[in-house]
Design a protein around this ligand. Sequence first.
Ligand code: FO1
Length: 321
Amino acid sequence: MDDNNGCILALAGGVGGAKLVAGLAGALENQPDAPSLKVVVNTGDDFEHLGLHIAPDLDSVTYALADLNDIERGWGMRGETWQFMQALERLGGETWFSLGDQDLATHVERTRLLNGGETLSQATAHLTRALDIGVDVAPMSDTPVRTIVHTDVGALAFQHYFVREQCRPAVSHFEFVGAEAASPSPLLDETLSRTDLRAVIICPSNPFISIDPMLAMPGVKARLASARAPILAVSPIIGADAVKGPAAKMLSELGYEVSAAGIYAHYDGLLDGFVVDRVDERLVTQMAPAPLRAVKTLMKSAADRTRLAQTVLDWCDELRC
Ligand code: FO1
């Protein structure tokens, strides 16, 4: 990938985001004169835990790009061991959030870099370089933005809602604490300013918790909307279910239609193209003139990921013509 051939911006968070990012990297790697890929990742899920800075979405993307991710579990590393957690349990420590032994090294090293004065962007670049990742990956911001989930049992910090409470409470709304004062990370800022930005791809991530924290930063939505590059999103919902995670439950609790149509409605005019799964083909005609295409979006294998990524990239090229 060459920075002289323009660039593609991917916005990602969660498991679906990490998978499509890996597919985009794979598809672009095989392409002559490929644009460079810039991956900007949600940090609303980040938190301080056991004295460590945990950045789940950055790690999901990084591990997927390094082919170290655990596909079954959806988070953390493949072939993980859990001796640290067992030892912590013996000591009566906090064990509701599982940190694998290999994964722990990432959090320890990131925390050391941050305590040494690096920004989260610099620490992320350090970690991705160490794992030989040839794609630029950065947090959405170097200043903390923390997602708070307002529910029927009160306001919950994101990981308390997601992991400790297993997404059981009913959601009324989200708050992205710090977003109003946050500025985009250097990678997001620079990429949004580039005249050779060829496309913005919103990965099949949960829009409420993975993409909205980015859009909540001042100016980001407006800069995306005014960019000359087409903005394409892939639906994280197939039929009436999320591929993984609470997106369908959230759509229902927030009063949206529980389908890809609900996701499209939530993006509220931002999209130039919306990729839905083949099982939702009827939406292409039902929602016309909304710009929908139906393809196979379920990514079970590396070939699925690359195929979906190539379809999205091809559509971006068409929209640019
Ligand atoms: N998800 C869980 O459901 N349980 C866990 O114990 C857990 C630990 C964990 C550790 C590191 C990491 O990077 C991610 C982890 N996740 C865990 C996933 C994470 O909470 C969510 O997938 C994301 O925040 C949602 O995108």
